[in-house]
Write a protein that binds this ligand. Structure first.
Ligand SMILES: [Zn+2]
Length: 209
């Protein structure tokens, strides 16, 4: 990989693992410094009877499974589904953290993502990081369309870690897309497009060389 420092912007805990968990695991194997910012731990979406901070604990376990250092995870507390009302604050957080972390590549939700929180992170992420390379990760259940123009090939071990990381989200396992067959099938489809085994695919939003 041509970059040494990568920043993942996830609107909610687990978006980064779904969108690019395999790539995170691969890059960590290549000694690339990967940072992960989650803008919400979605306390309002926690099922009744579960502790409100459960997603904060689950994401810490999940990124550990991917091989990330604990200190590279940054958790913010924006209210889920209300990001559009906090655009300016989110942008300012991104600019501040961008100055501290100095990433060379940023991953964020696709420009085709229809979820309001994802749109906010995608749009403000572009504003904050438009001077460096930016790619959008794939979330088929959210995306209206998707440009499959950048592929990251994955080995079995990267795919296994992505699945294992997502299994750390025990409070979310009832979601239809938290399904191992779906995740492996999608990665097979993307790999087959380039004559390979597994892959994750990205929308190139900005590329600086
Ligand atoms: Zn999300």
């Amino acid at each position: 990989m041509m970059f040494h420092k990568v920043l993942i912007l996830a609107p909610h805990t687990d978006d980064g693992e779904f969108g690019c968990g395999g790539s995170i695991s691969k890059w960590i194997d290549e000694d690339i410094d990967v940072y992960y910012i989650a803008f919400s731990s979605a306390e309002k979406s926690i099922p009744e009877g579960r502790p409100k901070d459960i997603l904060k604990k689950e994401i810490q376990e999940a990124v550990k499974v991917l091989g990330m250092k604990k200190r590279n995870l940054i958790l913010l507390d924006y209210p889920v589904r209300e990001f559009p009302g906090y655009r300016q604050q989110i942008l300012e957080d991104m600019i501040k953290l961008g100055e501290e972390l100095k990433p060379e590549l940023v991953l964020l939700p696709s420009t085709q993502d229809t979820h309001q929180d994802h749109q906010t992170v995608s749009q403000e992420g572009f504003r904050a990081f438009k001077k460096i390379s930016i790619i959008g990760y794939e979330m088929p259940y959210n995306n209206l369309n998707f440009s499959t123009n950048l592929f990251v090939t994955l080995e079995e071990k990267h795919m296994d870690r992505k699945i294992a990381a997502l299994k750390c989200y025990k409070s979310q396992l009832s979601r239809t897309y938290a399904n191992e067959d779906f995740l492996r099938g999608l990665a097979r489809v993307r790999g087959t497009q380039i004559g390979s085994g597994y892959a994750e695919v990205f929308e190139v939003i900005r590329w600086v060389m």
